[in-house]
Design a binder for this molecule. Structure first.
Ligand code: ARG
Ligand code: ZN
Length: 466
């Protein structure tokens, strides 16, 4: 049935080239073929990301005035053209752009919704490395997502909670805003003295002058834009190195400190436990940002340093930590595959409970499976949530985890955990798709698993016969 559906789509698409050819002759073929597209091709967020280049590195210099809520930014992107480019887009929503240069030459630019359209003075040949510098400022505002949650630069009473999944990176820096494009990052963030700015990776240094403190952070491993943070607040800071040589930096809002302390204490043991199950921890830095941001309503697995809107419980810490493997190291190529992040991180919670005196994963599965056919859990299939408004619902989290549990039952524990480790090893620092995961599971188990995944990931309604 899936096969015929695909064929029918191709039949429809066959008429498209004719329409495109008509457009080309109208616009001039050269103009169309050397223009980077305004999106990365993700139907859930058509304008997210851009075509025609890859960003290798972001160097972000930011200054945030916590009282006036004004952000001053300079972004230097080191990129490589994947095609000849007479024009390309960056994603940036709100804020005022004062200049754009490509190389050393001023480029012309215009704004069009969330697109910052850049026309360099000279066309960039395919394969050329180039630097884009964008100067900008303004009052950043979060973006409202299709599910009505907010993400991006979210002001708090003492700074900002900065979490970009799925769309919000573009609210505070010009980006190729899709997880398909991963990059290293440098951050230089200046905030009023007494406030702390926390980003990803390693703290290179901090210095105070004229009533302001500048924090320099560096993330060297590839990172999707949505996983970048520059969270600002009044934080108590704790630093230490684990026996495995991972540098931990925790920043905690004092209002959350008492509740957070016993949970944060477990971070090294949680990472060690996850390393045994999922393979070596993918980064050299770790930690947590525990903010006090009562309006946010979620946590985010910001790379190396998850961000919590309040003191997390242990299960949430386990979840965000598991994302360091599933989502951060191994990233999505399309938002439709979100279960590869959320189903896996949720299953990590079940496994943690099972191995630490809580209910078995089977018991957790059974309790969910007992829910009636009309329950929200069965509202849509996790492998095909349908649109960007369904990314963070229980079908993705819980039924996604149930899918993994079914896989585990089908192949046995030994093979199941070998599959998980083979997955993280094969895609470390890169990307993975659902189809690749299914193929890997079949390879490692020697079993046909298409039926299982078809039922649990793609079939509407409550699966029968579990
Ligand atoms: N990935 C986050 C988690 O750990 C959820 C992010 C939700 N984002 C949002 N805009 N609602 O589950
Ligand atoms: Zn999650």
């Amino acid at each position: 049935r899936r096969r015929t559906a695909v064929l029918r789509r191709e039949a429809v698409l066959a008429t498209v080239p004719v329409a495109i050819a008509a457009l080309l002759s109208a616009a001039g073929p050269a103009a169309a073929s050397t223009t980077g597209t305004s999106g990365a091709g993700d139907p859930y967020f058509p304008l997210a990301g851009n075509g025609g280049y890859h960003v290798g590195h972001y160097d972000l210099t930011l200054r945030y005035d916590t009282r006036g809520r004004r952000l001053d930014g300079k972004a230097v992107l080191t990129a490589r053209a994947t095609q000849r480019l007479t024009r390309f887009d960056l994603d940036l929503k709100g804020l005022k752009v004062t200049s754009v240069t490509v190389g050393r030459t001023a480029a012309s630019f215009r704004r069009s919704g969330q697109e910052l359209v850049v026309t360099p003075r000279h066309a960039l040949p395919a394969g050329r490395s180039f630097r884009v510098t964008v100067a900008y400022h303004g009052t950043p505002k979060p973006v409202t997502d299709p599910d009505d949650s907010a993400d991006g630069w979210i002001p708090t009473d003492d700074g900002a909670f900065v979490a970009g999944e799925p769309q919000g990176a573009m609210t505070w820096f010009p980006a190729n805003n899709h997880p398909k494009d991963k990059s290293s990052y440098d951050f230089t963030i200046t905030v009023p003295k007494g406030r702390t700015a926390v980003a990803n990776g390693r703290l290179l240094g901090q210095s105070t002058a004229h009533g302001r403190t500048t924090f320099r952070w560096r993330e060297t491993r590839p990172m999707a834009a949505y996983l970048a943070t520059a969270t600002v607040g009044t934080f108590k800071v704790e630093k230490y190195t684990t026996p495995d040589g991972v540098q931990v930096y925790n920043a905690v809002d004092p209002r959350e400190a008492r509740a957070a302390a016993p949970v944060l204490k477990k971070l090294p043991s949680v990472l060690a436990w996850e390393s045994k199950l999922f393979g070596p921890y993918p980064f050299r830095s770790a930690g947590s940002i525990v903010d006090h941001a009562p309006d946010v309503g979620y946590a985010l697995e910001t790379q190396t340093r998850p961000l919590y809107d309040s003191a997390p419980d242990l299960s949430t810490l386990v979840h965000e930590s598991a994302h360091q493997w599933f989502g951060d190291s191994v990233s999505l190529t399309a938002w439709k595959d979100i279960w590869l992040n959320e189903g896996f991180a949720t299953y990590a919670e079940w496994l943690y409970a099972e191995q630490h005196g809580g209910p078995s994963a089977q018991k957790t599965f059974d309790a969910l499976y007992a829910r009636p056919a009309g329950d929200d859990l069965w509202a849509y299939p996790p492998g095909n949530p349908g649109n960007g408004g369904n990314l963070f619902g229980s079908p993705v989290y819980a039924r996604g985890a149930m899918t993994l549990h079914e896989l585990r039952r089908a192949v046995g524990d030994r093979t199941f955990f070998r599959i998980l480790r083979a997955w993280t090893a094969a895609h470390d620092g890169g990307h993975g798709t659902t189809a690749q995961f299914v193929r890997l599971a079949e390879d490692k188990s020697g079993k046909p698993l298409d039926g299982l995944f078809h039922t649990w990931l793609y079939t509407k309604g409550k699966p029968t016969g579990a």
